[in-house]
Design a protein around this ligand. Structure first.
Ligand SMILES: Cc1cc2nc3c(=O)[nH]c(=O)nc-3n(C[C@H](O)[C@H](O)[C@H](O)COP(=O)(O)OP(=O)(O)OC[C@H]3O[C@@H](n4cnc5c(N)ncnc54)[C@H](O)[C@@H]3O)c2cc1C
Length: 579
């Protein structure tokens, strides 16, 4: 295969955001589009999404985009950019109908409309009670989105480079002109020359020990842009989903609580009544995860070690459980040997979603500073990006919405830009940086093992930088990361082969994860308040006076530099969050 490629638009990532972007770019007359993905497209994590995509269709009860926008802003603890939330809540309605027209097999109401159910933080009339807003296809919504979009992309003649790992983006004269990728099957580097590049490479949950995220979610492109001088926005806001299977972290969708599931402590008490009297178990995830840990700390956790919580579905009609939540029911049976129809399911919070990421404008253009200076030719969408729709805490179902709304925007804007511009020159020796990364791993001394460093990273992040944080734990984690980075310099890869060298790729992915952890921990140490998913035990209150601003973390030599960007406010004044 040739190792130099030229496409008007290159999309990195074949999850929901990448495929949506590719489809839309391909519909622009005369624009050629290729997708590069380290996984086969339908193995992307979007396929694991269960519960639904939120849109105010009002099919089950009255609903309005305005209510959805408000819930998103309040759910994000007012760090959400309000213009973004308003746009999103309106466009996601259109985008869901589009998915329906592409053939996505949504579950249906008795009268044939797209079925909708309740989800955390989604309310009617600005917080009065929970509302049915999540459009779903049983508990396989993401799977259906991914299959549908993949079929459509094939129909639209998008070209796919599967099992190609992007290791670097090419910036020349301040503009993005393409990427360099490693072909897993042959061990060769390929240069992709592009007029516009869309990054849609998903999240980074693998830096934590207990996570719902697939193994491939190692934040590669967050690290790649960070190494190239582009900051990461709000990385300290990392979401823990309340209902992961005990010890293994496999997710049980919030849709389980949407269908009436209840969280109980060891005494059988429905403790969320004390923390969120109005919407109880359907409070936003940050609040529920914290409440669970409080119960455990105060000795009310279940099990022999009092270290988990019960999810109770036993009062729900077995037919509803089997038809609307078939996959998660199976997960509980297979992994824990527990039958949710008859028994309580042991759960604990699991690392789930990065609210922060590569900073973009509302139109998905990547920006490089607090003045919103655009990097021409570079776009980002999906979990890797930060627009910022989710602020300090994402509401359930708003990520799938994010993929289709911002994926579509990325495709449209990237194609438009590509159609108007000509190819810029590539940098000289454009593969050197990637070649050096690979050589260092292949020829390293091998005194340190990749799997050990990764385990130490995951355990220490879980202990020091997860649901609760303090100056002490974060300072400790800064030191731990320094040490891990030093150890990383001493790794070596045993497999020197060129075909399917997954050991080499895992080594490079660990390097990416370490950068992601560094940005998160420094930002968390710097932010001296509690807001959304960032909970400081030494600064328990939200402090709008000092901290109603976005963080931008830059790589600066061996350390980091922190800057800020204002939050775009709108009609909703920041208020205390009560549910
Ligand atoms: C178990 C689970 C359940 C969820 N349920 C819901 C839900 O019900 N509702 C909801 O709104 N959200 C849900 N989420 C969140 C949501 O699914 C994800 O945030 C979203 O799917 C991310 O989509 P994406 O397109 O950004 O990335 P992904 O789907 O993760 O795709 C990333 C793509 O990037 C590619 N890639 C990554 N690195 C590289 C590289 N270096 N080179 C080349 N390619 C690369 C991968 O191959 C992949 O194709 C869930 C998440 C999980 C983990």
């Amino acid at each position: 295969m040739a190792r130099a490629h030229k496409y008007d638009v290159i999309v990195v990532g074949a999850g929901g955001a990448g495929l949506m972007a590719a489809r839309y770019a391909a519909q622009h007359p005369g624009v050629s589009v290729a997708v590069i993905s380290k996984l086969y497209p339908t193995r992307s994590h979007t396929g694991a999404a269960q519960g639904g995509v939120g849109a105010a269709l009002g099919n089950v009860s009255e609903d309005h985009p305005e209510w959805h926008a408000f819930d998103t802003i309040k759910g994000g603890d007012y760090l959400t950019d309000q213009d973004v939330a308003e746009m999103f809540a309106h466009e996601v309605v259109e985008a869901v109908y589009e998915l329906e027209h592409m053939g996505l097999p949504f579950s249906r109401t008795p009268d044939g409309k797209i079925a909708q159910r309740k989800f955390g933080g989604h309310t009617r009339e600005f917080g009065k009670s929970a509302v049915e807003r999540a459009c779903y296809a049983a508990d396989r919504t993401g799977h259906m989105i991914l299959q549908t979009l993949y079929q459509q992309s094939i129909k639209d003649n998008v070209v796919f480079f599967n099992e190609f790992h992007v290791l670097d983006i090419l910036i020349e004269g301040g503009e993005c002109v393409g990427v360099v990728a490693y072909e897993l099957a042959t061990g060769q580097l390929h240069t992709f020359h592009a007029k516009a590049t869309v990054i849609a490479s998903g999240g980074n949950g693998r830096m934590f020990k207990v996570t719902s995220n697939a193994h491939a979610l190692t934040g590669d492109l967050m690290s790649v842009v960070y190494r190239r001088g582009i900051p990461l926005e709000d990385p300290e806001f990392y979401q823990f989903h309340p209902t992961g299977l005990y010890k293994i972290g496999v997710l049980l969708t919030e849709g389980a609580r949407g269908e009436g599931g209840i969280l109980r402590n060891k005494d059988g008490e429905r403790f969320m009544e004390r923390y969120a009297p109005t919407i109880k178990d359907l409070a936003p995830r940050d609040m529920v995860s914290r409440a669970m840990y409080m119960e455990i700390r105060e000795g009310r956790g279940a099990g022999p070690d009092n270290d988990y919580i019960h999810l109770d579905l036993t009062h729900i009609d077995a037919h509803i459980i089997e038809t609307r939540l078939p996959d998660i029911t199976e997960f509980a049976r297979i992994y824990l040997g527990v039958d949710p129809v008859k028994e309580l399911v042991p759960i604990q919070p699991t690392a789930h979603y990065a609210m922060g990421g590569i900073p973009t404008t509302i139109n998905t253009e990547v920006i490089r500073d607090g003045d919103n200076t655009i990097v021409p030719g570079l776009y980002a969408a999906g979990e890797v990006a930060c627009a910022s729709l989710h602020g300090a805490n994402r509401l359930g179902t708003n990520s799938l919405g994010d993929l289709i709304v911002f994926g579509r925007r990325a495709g449209i804007y990237a194609a438009r830009y590509a159609a108007e511009t000509s190819y810029k020159d590539l940098p000289r020796d454009e593969q050197d940086f990637s070649r050096a990364l690979i050589d260092r791993a292949l020829n390293g001394p091998g005194w340190e093992r990749v799997s050990r460093i990764r385990q130490d990273l995951q355990e220490s992040m879980q202990d020091n930088a997860s649901v609760f944080r303090t100056e002490e734990t974060l300072t400790k984690q800064v030191e731990v990361l320094k040490e891990l980075k030093e150890r990383y310099q001493k790794i070596g890869v045993e497999d020197q082969g060129e075909q399917y060298n997954t050991e080499l790729m895992e080594a490079l992915e660990l390097g990416f994860l370490l950068d992601n952890a560094e940005a998160l921990v420094h930002a968390a140490l710097n932010r001296k308040e509690s807001r959304g998913a960032h909970s400081r035990e030494d600064f328990k209150e939200r402090d709008d006076e000092a901290w109603l601003k976005h963080t931008l973390v830059y790589k600066d030599g061996e350390g980091v530099r922190i800057d800020y960007k204002p939050v775009t406010l709108g009609k909703y004044e920041p208020k205390p969050r009560v549910y």
